[in-house]
Write a protein that binds this ligand. Structure first.
Ligand code: AMP
Length: 430
């Protein structure tokens, strides 16, 4: 077997596709700035207990999907991050960010790792973009993160999205509901699958989330969380929905939506795309005021956020043909060396052009003029600059516009002047 195989569940991203990534990332960065979110980058690994405490030990992620290892025999176990929220909260608490400014709006585009069975739309290394709004947890704050996320989708041109939303109530509501759910499920206990049996004690709400059709059948008659919500939770939810409505964001209320992680309270939401197959969840999020306390903070840190899978975003956009206009940046000038003994002098010209901010390439393989021209066309270069002994002697160069085929002789300074004007070093983004 050759030794150049990518690890199962991971993938390479080649230059053609990088264009698509950069397009998406560009939109995310621009919109983040519009909404006042600041980028954060945290380490790819954290101490394992961070995820055990935050995501919750009854979840699939912590139960079986983490890549954990001991950095050295005496060290503490560390884990490649399977999600970002815990790391962002850890960083904010450790740095005491909220003391500097009571509201922190953070966003990220980061790689994550989960030991899942690889399939379409499910990898072992993947990326998410997401945002975390810390320090305030009003309905307006939750609506703000949802609006930011939906705005990104809108600018990217995605169609066929469904935003489903629910409220999980506060801790008191959930406690009363958990009891009611356990009472309902108790007579079915022997019929529960192993995962559900485990969840029965720790977190029976997650049984509602089970993909197993037999579990789904059992829970059809279960009491509804909605009936256990207090006035405060209901008012909060109404307000979130109101903010989404006034911003024209369509949503579906889905009382079955609980999301996989333990730390959510109040609003939870998920977005699916009709362009995706079985793995149709594009992203989701919610409010998680109790996470900071789980991590050992003395008080709650009101918080809400979302995470969106970048690969799935890409697949959905590719399926909808949303990348057709993207073009690789083509060089302005391809320097063609007429005799290879002039190569070093041609290189000097290349250097001068590049220093003037003009994108320039030259064939480094010493190929024939014909091959150089072919390469210039393949790269879609705008111009070919011919360097020969006559040109060097006269101090002039022959420049050919490869699109119009027009040719002119001019001094290098004139070329620099002309292109410097048409292609400044830092073009403003329109
Ligand atoms: P989660 O943190 O599990 O709610 O995931 C949020 C989003 O990340 C999902 O909706 C997917 O778009 C994406 N995602 C989660 N797990 C994977 C994975 N193994 N491979 C690719 N994308 C994933």
């Amino acid at each position: 077997m050759p030794h150049y195989q990518v690890v199962k569940g991971a993938r390479d991203i080649f230059p053609d596709e990088i264009l698509q990534w950069k397009h998406i990332e560009g939109v995310i960065h621009r919109l983040a700035a519009l909404y006042g979110f600041n980028e954060i980058r945290t380490p790819v690994f954290e101490y394992t207990e961070l995820f055990q405490r935050s995501i919750g030990s009854s979840t699939d992620i912590v139960g079986k999907e983490m890549f954990s290892f001991l950095p050295d025999p005496a060290g503490r176990s560390i884990t490649l991050r399977p999600e970002m929220t815990a790391g962002v909260m850890r960083a904010a608490l450790q740095k005491n960010l909220l003391a500097a400014a009571p509201v922190q709006k953070l966003y990220y585009i980061s790689e994550l790792f989960r030991k899942e069975r690889p399939q379409a739309g499910r990898q072992r290394q993947f990326s998410q973009f997401g945002a975390e709004l810390l320090g305030v947890s009003s309905p307006a704050a939750v609506a703000e993160v949802i609006t930011f996320m939906m705005h990104v989708f809108e600018v990217l041109g995605l169609q066929g999205l469904t935003l489903r939303i629910n409220t999980l109530g506060n801790m008191d509501d959930r406690k009363r509901y958990r009891e009611a759910l356990r009472n309902y499920l108790a007579p079915f206990y022997e019929q529960l699958d192993d995962a559900s049996k485990e969840r029965f004690e720790k977190n029976p709400l997650r049984i509602l989330d089970s993909k197993n059709p037999e579990m789904q059948e059992i829970v059809t008659g279960a009491p509804k969380l909605h009936d256990y919500l207090g006035r405060e939770s209901l008012d909060d939810f109404e307000k979130v929905l109101f903010y989404l409505s006034v911003r024209g964001i369509p949503f579906q209320i889905d009382h079955r939506l609980v999301r996989g992680l333990d730390y959510y309270s109040y609003t939870a939401f998920e977005v699916t795309s009709s362009a995706l197959g079985a793995q149709d969840a594009l992203g989701g999020g919610g409010r998680y005021d109790s996470l900071a306390v789980e991590l050992g903070s003395s008080g709650e840190v009101p918080a809400s956020g979302f995470a969106v899978g970048m690969e799935r975003l890409l697949i959905a956009m590719q399926k909808q043909g949303l990348f057709s206009d993207l073009e690789a940046a083509a060089p302005s000038v391809f320097v063609i060396v007429q005799q290879q003994e002039l190569f070093d002098q041609a290189l000097e010209i290349v250097t001068r052009l590049r220093r003037a901010g003009i994108s320039t390439v030259i064939d480094l393989a010493g190929r024939s003029m014909k091959a150089q021209l072919r390469e210039a066309n393949r790269m879609n270069a705008a111009n070919a600059l011919f360097v020969g002994s006559d040109e060097l002697a006269s101090g002039k160069c022959t420049m050919k516009d490869l699109r119009s085929s027009q040719q002119e002789e001019c001094l290098l300074e004139e070329i620099i002047e002309k292109f410097r004007q048409s292609e400044p070093l830092n073009p403003p983004r329109s």
